[in-house]
Design a protein around this ligand. Structure first.
Ligand SMILES: *Cc1c(COP(=O)(O)O)cnc(C)c1O
Length: 368
């Protein structure tokens, strides 16, 4: 099949055989009938496999030229991947501006022998020093959530290789449509499919993708034995969403880019965080087709002013999560444990007409 992501996404995971239905079936059932030795029967018990997950995994695998394993959520995927790698690598070197849920999970695992190290992944000497201290996993994210820092994945991959450290990238904000970390040196990618990959704010799911067969097997073992399997209907929703991912993310990226420009010129805005500002060349060298749906910014007046801006919108919806077809936003630091500045608003651009979003954003910023 052609290598264009739009074509692959539209067809991936759909049947092609003569006589097959045009759409993937939602296969329910907790077990398949069996008798005798069940070892050759992949669906003998439903925790071991399901044809609807497998259709989604085939599609995800095709987008990244890799093997995919899906989970009940993004954090369930992170957990299984971390457990698979921590058998031999107990230190986890995370970016200090990573998604706070990843950090929280690692902190909880401190009691079970995981040593969490937070560093600036733009400081290569610091990363190098940490990896030299003992068997470590290098776990990066780019663009980061919510500050949208761009980390140099090729460079980090080279450093990880030098220290025989597995290199993991959380690709949730970009998705496989805009960035393929496995091509840039990552050993494994985790994606929260809850966000732009599924795109309709109606499902939670996550995936691990890798080209390392032993790691793939180990991640599958963790899924089977820890049990955080996806539901067949949820997998079907994500497969359906994935088909329009390239189309959606192109529009979301161009809307976010234009809104970043508007925000950067607005007198009520103090700082704008977007891959097009500051790290544009690096972002373009490792992403293609856009910078993703997110733009973060800080308004003058701190938390209270930011809350008023969020409340004043008539189109952009208030709420957490991101990547859906409808634009949404929130003041990030309202969540306990989030380290973003108090007045930082994370805006997720949807697929609406740009002029409606611009008008809504201007009106919200100028409401008081
Ligand atoms: C949301 C998110 C996750 C966790 O995904 P869930 O599906 O909510 O479990 C992980 N990484 C990043 C960057 C996220 O934004």
């Amino acid at each position: 099949m052609t290598s264009d992501p739009a074509t692959r996404a539209a067809h991936a995971g759909s049947p092609r055989e003569i006589g097959a239905p045009s759409a993937t079936a939602i296969q329910l059932g907790s077990f398949n009938l069996s008798a005798g030795d069940p070892s050759g029967l992949p669906y003998a018990y439903g925790r071991g496999g399901n044809p609807t997950w497998e259709a989604l995994e085939a599609a995800l695998g095709e987008l990244e030229s890799a093997r995919a394993t899906t989970f009940a959520s993004g954090l369930a995927a992170s957990f299984a991947l971390l457990m698979a790698l921590a058998k031999t690598h107990r230190r986890l070197v995370l970016a200090n501006d990573c998604y706070y849920g990843t950090r929280k999970q690692a902190e909880m695992l401190g009691a079970y022998g995981i040593e969490l190290v937070l560093t600036d992944h733009a400081d290569f000497a610091a990363v190098e020093r940490e990896l030299a201290r003992g068997p470590s996993i290098l776990w990066s994210e780019s663009p980061t959530n919510p500050r949208l820092c761009i980390h140099d994945l090729r460079r980090l991959g080279t450093i990880a290789k030098r220290h025989a450290s597995p290199f993991v990238v959380d690709n949730t904000t970009a998705t496989a449509a805009l960035q393929r970390p496995l091509d840039l040196g990552a050993d494994a990618v985790i994606t929260s499919l809850t966000k732009a990959a599924s795109g309709h704010s109606d499902v939670l799911l996550g995936s691990v993708t890798t080209r390392d067969e032993a790691l793939h097997t180990s991640v599958r073992d963790w899924r089977y034995n820890a049990g955080a399997i996806p539901g067949p209907f949820e997998a079907w929703l994500v497969l359906r969403g994935l088909k329009t991912l390239p189309l959606r993310i192109e529009k979301q990226s161009s809307n976010a880019l234009a809104l970043a420009g508007l925000l950067a010129k607005h007198p009520r805005v103090e700082v704008v965080h977007h891959p097009s500002l500051g790290a544009r060349d690096l972002a373009e060298s490792q992403m293609s087709g856009g910078f993703g749906p997110l733009v973060s910014f800080e308004v003058r007046g701190g938390a209270a002013a930011a809350d008023r801006v969020v409340a004043a919108a008539r189109v952009i919806r208030p709420g957490t999560s991101f990547g859906g077809v409808e634009s949404s936003w929130e003041r990030r630091a309202r969540w306990a444990g989030e380290t973003a500045p108090p007045g930082l608003i994370r805006l997720s651009a949807g697929i609406e007409a740009l002029r409606d979003l611009e008008a809504d954003l201007r009106a919200a910023l100028e409401a008081d």
